[in-house]
Design a protein around this ligand. Structure first.
Ligand SMILES: [Mg+2]
Length: 355
């Protein structure tokens, strides 16, 4: 893949909901958190949709079926059809169907979402390693997944049965804190077998391919809150992305993002879909966005001299919208980092923005 290294967020003269035909929206941290809608999500999505943007929901969670997810969204006030929900279980089922005979048995370690997705591809979910499975698939099983399920997976994998995972997110947010996700469960099987699964979910290509196949999007915009799944998935799929700050990513993580984690746009929440995006422009030896100018102080100076100029710090001057300050800081940090990760301290500048 030959992508140029992004060194600043892009501007858009058009509202993003008009510039792109389809929003590929992550759910947790973007549309809802802990089961409740995130501020401005319901109204912003309704406005984007009535303006003609197609909305699709893309989740690495393989436990729930598209029906259940669509019902949940509809209850929150976001009318959604099951066909507008794409799960990593569906991406995994397609990946498996391409590598096993039609109608083959697949040992399931996971939940209903996986079983439904396998049947949709004409595959037969089975529960035991002794059922002669042609593949093993592992997806998030929720609180009720018994330890014995991992043993079934291990028995089959030890016999040479190919192993697939819906996704490898190590953690999953819950109302009570951070819980182990499917990635942690995959590690259990990996440690026990020494085998490697084929993974379908974000940020890997099978998930993006599934999303494009199901939505028919021509000019999609990935909207997410995680750099290493949503934004990296968009990067791998070579499509544009919008990072919203309503989920797990904070300003410091964004400034330190390596190239594959740098979104095309950044905004506070889903209202960002309905507006254009300001340009970040070069200004002296820094970058300006709105009323803010950001510089990477001390970059390129020999260490002895640089020290006296607060080497290793991102500086911010001006005032205005906090998001504009963050966009300017991104440009200064990403430009300084190039193909690497910015090591400059942006703590003071971010504190000034309240981010
Ligand atoms: Mg998320």
């Amino acid at each position: 893949m030959s992508q140029t290294v992004r060194t600043r967020p892009e501007g858009s003269g058009q509202a993003l909901s008009e510039a792109y035909d389809t929003a590929l929206l992550d759910l947790d941290g973007v549309v809802y958190a802990g089961g409740n809608a995130i501020a401005y999500a319901v109204k912003s999505l309704a406005t984007a949709r009535s303006g003609g943007m197609h909305l699709a929901y893309v989740t690495n969670n393989a436990l729930r079926t598209p029906d259940v997810v669509a019902e949940h969204l509809t209850e929150l006030g976001i009318p959604t059809e099951a066909s507008d929900v794409i799960t990593s279980a569906q991406a995994a089922a397609r990946l498996i169907s391409e590598q096993v005979p039609a109608g083959a048995r697949v040992l399931v370690v996971g939940g209903e979402g996986l079983r439904v997705a396998l049947r949709e591809r004409g595959l037969e979910p089975v529960e035991s390693a002794d059922d002669d499975p042609a593949a093993v698939v592992q997806g998030f099983g929720g609180a009720d997944l018994a330890w014995g399920r991992f043993a079934e997976a291990c028995y089959a994998i030890a016999r040479g049965v190919p192993w697939f995972a819906s996704n490898t997110d190590l953690t999953i947010p819950s109302a009570r804190g951070i819980a182990p996700g499917n990635g942690a469960a995959v590690e259990v099987v990996r440690i026990a077998t020494g085998a490697e699964p084929q993974v379908a979910g974000k940020p890997l290509p099978p998930m993006h391919r599934e999303t494009i196949l199901r939505t028919g999007a021509r000019r999609p915009l990935v909207v997410g809150d995680r750099l290493d799944t949503d934004i990296e998935g968009a990067f791998n799929g070579e499509v544009d992305s919008l990072l919203v700050l309503t989920g797990v990513t904070d300003g410091a993580q964004l400034l330190a993002a390596p190239p594959q984690h740098r979104p095309t746009y950044v905004d506070a929440d889903l209202r960002g879909l309905l507006t254009g995006q300001p340009e970040v422009v070069e200004a002296g030896d820094g970058f300006r966005c709105g009323g803010w100018t950001a510089t990477a102080d001390g970059v390129g100076l020999p260490p002895a001299r640089a020290k006296s100029r607060a080497w290793g710090r991102l500086e911010l001057e001006g005032d205005g919208e906090a998001l504009d300050g963050l966009r300017a800081l991104c440009a200064a940090a990403w430009t300084a980092a190039g193909e690497g990760t910015c090591q400059l301290d942006g703590g003071k500048a971010l504190a000034r923005l309240g981010l």
